[in-house]
Design a protein. Structure first.
Lengths: 108, 232
């Protein structure tokens, strides 16, 4: 038994891609303060709406999935900044009070 | 992520070779490290990330690089294919450990009892010799039988295993420590053994004992004050 499916988001994403899905991967690249998921945590999203993994306790998953859709369309990666300085901070609501940066890229 | 990078990453995973995926932010340009063609500073930072297993963004040569460590899985060696092992193996796998169950008693160490788990029916000292526990390995003995537990603990103590736990009451454990002392282990070395195994959650059932054992393994790995070194 090697690394478990539950945490191995990249392998799940790769399998989806191999099956013909359009896939984006979001990765936490930096955190400040109380953030539930450490740097390296990943969320994979498909155009068809499948999701695996997480980049937060759930508070920013919706916004990240939305951004992932854009990256799937355009192929252009994005570096999202969730925190008090971000215009979406209140809208998105990091209830934990932390700040987090998330890199979103398409799996080509 | 390009297909080439993804394929190389998946290959490293299959080879159990530690690699770092370096992503330049915000452009998203990626490369795998170590790479002799990469700047020394980048390779050095990658080595640090692999050693600490902590991913993060590093400022290197005026650029932001996100360094993501892909280490081979942590390992857990369970000696004793007993009831608690049946509960512990899947918990550990869920937590990301590659699990090996060691027990020369084939009626215990059967695929039926441990579906999907790597099993060794070698004698524990031989099994430990082959498995070579390292600083990313935890070892737990569960047999209660000195003939099986002691050689495993002896080898574990001679290794860099980050966690060594032994099931057994305080009295059993005291007797065990005496036998291991006779094998030449010092008091300081024996303090590495967590015995009785597991965090004290008043566990009763096999499943509960497995929860307390995996919790203690995680606590030690993450440096939690819940798992202080005993006997020091």
């Amino acid at each position: 038994m090697s690394m478990n499916e539950f945490e191995d988001v990249l392998s799940t994403a790769a399998a989806w891609r191999a099956a013909g899905e359009l896939v984006a991967i979001a990765t936490v690249t930096e955190t400040w303060g109380s953030s539930p998921r450490p740097a390296g945590s990943q969320l994979a999203v498909t155009k068809s709406g499948r999701m695996a993994g997480s980049v937060s306790g759930g508070c920013i998953e919706g916004a990240v999935a939305e951004a992932a859709m854009k990256t799937i369309e355009s192929g252009v990666p994005q570096l999202l900044d969730f925190g008090v300085t971000h215009e979406r901070a209140w809208e998105v609501g990091l209830a934990c009070g932390g700040k987090v940066k998330v890199f979103v890229e398409k799996l080509n | 992520m390009t297909p080439d990078i993804l394929a190389a990453l998946e290959q490293a995973k299959r080879d159990k070779r530690p690699v770092v995926l370096a992503t330049r932010l915000p452009s998203g340009e990626q490369r795998l490290l170590p790479d002799p063609a990469a700047p020394a500073e980048l390779n050095e930072a990658a080595a640090g990330v692999l050693a600490s297993d902590e991913n993060g963004t590093h400022k290197i040569g005026g650029e932001d690089w996100f360094l993501h460590a892909y280490n081979p899985p942590l390992r857990l060696v369970i000696v004793g294919a007993v009831h608690i092992a049946q509960a512990l193996a899947p918990f550990a796998a869920q937590c990301g450990f590659a699990v090996t169950v060691v027990d020369p008693r084939r009626s215990f160490a059967s695929d039926e009892r441990f579906p999907g788990v790597t099993i060794s029916t070698d004698w524990p000292d031989e099994a430990m010799e082959a498995l070579r526990p390292d600083s990313r390995t935890a070892v737990v003995t569960l047999t209660h039988d000195p003939k099986l537990d002691d050689p495993a603990l002896d080898r574990a103590l001679k290794s860099d295993a980050f966690y060594i736990g032994a099931l057994g009451s305080r009295r059993t454990h005291a007797a065990r420590l005496k036998r291991l002392t006779d094998l030449g282990h010092t008091e300081a070395a024996l303090a590495r053994i967590k015995g009785p195994v597991g965090l004290n959650i008043e566990a009763v059932t096999a499943t509960e004992i497995a929860v307390s054992a995996i919790a203690e393994i995680i606590a030690v790995r993450r440096g939690s004050p819940l798992a202080p070194q005993r006997g020091t």
